[in-house]
Design a protein around this ligand. Structure first.
Ligand code: HEM
Ligand SMILES: *[C@@H]1O[C@H](CO)[C@@H](O)[C@H](O)[C@H]1NC(C)=O
Ligand SMILES: *[C@@H]1O[C@H](CO)[C@@H](O)[C@H](O)[C@H]1NC(C)=O
Ligand SMILES: *[C@@H]1O[C@H](CO)[C@@H](O)[C@H](O)[C@H]1NC(C)=O
Ligand SMILES: *[C@@H]1O[C@H](CO)[C@@H](O)[C@H](O)[C@H]1NC(C)=O
Ligand SMILES: *[C@@H]1O[C@H](CO)[C@@H](O)[C@H](O)[C@H]1NC(C)=O
Ligand SMILES: *[C@@H]1O[C@H](CO)[C@@H](O)[C@H](O)[C@H]1NC(C)=O
Ligand SMILES: *[C@@H]1O[C@H](CO)[C@@H](O)[C@H](O)[C@H]1NC(C)=O
Ligand SMILES: *[C@@H]1O[C@H](CO)[C@@H](O)[C@H](O)[C@H]1NC(C)=O
Ligand SMILES: *[C@@H]1O[C@H](CO)[C@@H](O)[C@H](O)[C@H]1NC(C)=O
Ligand SMILES: *[C@@H]1O[C@H](CO)[C@@H](O)[C@H](O)[C@H]1NC(C)=O
Ligand SMILES: *[C@@H]1O[C@H](CO)[C@@H](O)[C@H](O)[C@H]1NC(C)=O
Ligand SMILES: *[C@@H]1O[C@H](CO)[C@@H](O)[C@H](O)[C@H]1NC(C)=O
Length: 355
């Protein structure tokens, strides 16, 4: 083959490579990943979430927050569900999660339902993503399809939760940085913050704004004074009287997942420093105003941003594992089974010895 025809072949090859479309944005995650392997997976999760919600509507907010806290720490790999062990303090016991994060029993119930139908098939990470989607439908009539195929991680470190989850004391630039670190845009930051239109907060998360705020002001001047008075009534100065008290995040429509959160922020009713911070930079406040004026536009963007957040550092294919029990990594699980066997043998022996 001549040099010229070799070059022609090479350039043709390059052309084909360059014209091949890039892989879909969602990487290897697929809508309907369990169509063939566990066709009832998504409906089993939906039914579990719906019945938990019928018993206690507060679980929906817990599940949406669980998805955020899973994805921001080591990616959406179910690591937030792993229990601490004698030698490891897990994510769920880090201060941003304990005692406020909840909904774990709902994930356990969904996992049991799914395991009964299709053992070792559906990841805990996907169950969280489905449960957050179902919670959005139940609280906001917001429907979106969530690509799946995530695999579970086997590492969960308290220190990583503290390092990756933004604090409610964050200013705008810190929030932008925390989201950019997960490849989420300024617009997605504002859109996802709309999740604060449902659910509750402990007094400790906004105490900084209502007592001893600064040397010149007891109360944060960017917080509505009337609202601050209400919050002080709910959360007494003496912390031992307000440790377990919770207040709604959205004063306007506390249990509807909707754009009223943004109207609240416009009226200085944002509960956290981080909520009100969305008005402190032009590129954020523009998005706050757009969302406040466009209920259905925000709802659409919220679904898309949840899908996007759900792609963060996912494990797919043969990476990671499908955890059997969402609270325990499989290798440790195996260890405990062996442990039980050994113990039973010992008991048998001691029984024999006493006979
Ligand atoms: C922008 C940065 C964010 C900060 C600083 C933040 C911080 C917080 C804090 C401090 C609480 C209250 C915890 C407590 O004291 O009980 C909370 C609750 C909540 N957050 Fe966020 N959050 C942020 C973003 C998000 C995102 C992106 C989502 C989901 C898409 C989300 C969903 C929720 C929900 C639903 C609740 C209520 C939970 C419940 O009722 O149990 N948050 N957040
Ligand atoms: C699963 O089924 C749905 C609905 O028929 C379809 O939209 C989706 O593409 C399918 N996904 C896969 C991975 O087969
Ligand atoms: C119902 O909700 C309560 C909390 O409101 C909880 O303690 C209880 O375990 C739930 N029951 C079921 C069956 O989910
Ligand atoms: C929920 O949204 C759908 C469209 O997505 C709409 O047809 C339906 O009427 C809405 N339901 C309620 C109760 O608002
Ligand atoms: C935002 O907070 C960070 C961390 O506390 C701080 O370093 C930075 O100076 C703050 N930025 C502004 C504009 O206040
Ligand atoms: C963000 O995107 C870059 C480039 O695609 C990628 O290397 C990085 O892993 C992504 N980070 C996260 C947290 O998804
Ligand atoms: C307020 O904070 C200052 C220092 O920032 C402290 O000296 C003072 O004791 C605090 N007052 C109250 C009532 O907590
Ligand atoms: C704070 O409240 C606890 C429990 O009600 C009470 O025992 C304690 O005396 C109070 N402390 C102050 C300084 O008022
Ligand atoms: C807060 O809740 C915990 C656990 O449920 C309980 O042990 C504690 O007594 C409660 N504290 C107050 C002040 O009610
Ligand atoms: C948002 O605005 C701030 C300053 O106003 C700027 O530092 C930051 O880069 C902007 N971010 C984006 C994504 O435009
Ligand atoms: C509402 O938001 C959607 C989606 O972002 C957009 O297409 C639409 O033009 C917006 N409508 C108005 C009135 O701003
Ligand atoms: C975690 O998984 C990796 C690979 O998937 C494996 O090499 C490692 O031994 C596992 N660690 C534990 C504690 O299970
Ligand atoms: C920590 O404990 C788990 C079981 O709980 C075990 O699998 C793991 O090897 C231990 N790791 C270290 C570093 O001791």
């Amino acid at each position: 083959m001549s040099m010229v025809s070799l070059m022609k072949l090479l350039s043709l090859f390059l052309l084909v490579v360059l014209l091949t479309p890039p892989p879909a944005v969602q990487g290897q995650l697929k809508i309907g990943f369990y169509n063939k392997t566990c066709s009832t997976a998504e409906s089993l999760v939906q039914q579990t979430v719906a019945s938990a919600f019928a018993n206690n509507s507060g679980v929906a907010a817990g599940l949406i927050r669980l998805f955020f806290h899973d994805c921001f720490v080591r990616g959406c790999d179910g690591s937030v569900l792993i229990d601490s062990t004698a030698n490891n303090t897990a994510e769920k016991d880090a201060p941003p999660n304990n005692p406020s994060l909840h909904g774990f029993e709902v994930i356990d119930a969904a996992k049991s339902a799914v395991e009964a139908k299709c053992p070792n098939t559906v990841s805990c990470a996907d169950i969280i993503a489905f449960a957050a989607r179902d919670s959005s439908a139940l609280t906001g009539n917001i429907s979106y399809q969530i690509p799946s195929g995530r695999r579970d991680g086997n590492i969960s470190l308290s220190s990583e939760a503290s390092a990756n989850l933004p604090s409610p004391l964050s200013n705008a630039s810190t929030l932008i940085k925390a989201f950019a670190a997960k490849n989420l845009t300024v617009d997605e930051l504002v859109t996802l913050s709309g999740a604060h239109s449902i659910g509750v907060s402990h007094c400790s998360s906004f105490r900084n704004r209502i007592y001893n705020f600064s040397s010149t002001s007891q109360v944060d001047p960017t917080l509505s004074a009337a609202y601050a008075t209400l919050l002080r009534l709910a959360c007494p100065f003496n912390t031992s009287q307000s440790g377990n008290t919770t207040v709604a995040l959205d004063l306007i429509t506390p249990s509807a997942l909707d754009n009223a959160y943004y109207k609240g922020v416009q009226l200085t009713l944002g509960l956290f420093t981080s909520d009100q911070a969305l008005l402190t930079q032009a590129n954020l406040s523009t998005a706050v105003n757009d969302n406040a004026n466009n209920a259905s536009g925000w709802a659409t963007k919220f679904g898309r941003a949840m899908v996007q957040m759900g792609t963060t550092e996912v494990k797919t294919g043969t990476q990671g594992e499908i955890r059997k029990n969402c609270r325990v990594v499989n290798s440790a699980n195996l260890g405990s089974i062996i442990g039980v066997d050994v113990k039973e043998e010992e008991e048998d022996e001691s029984l024999m010895a006493s006979m």
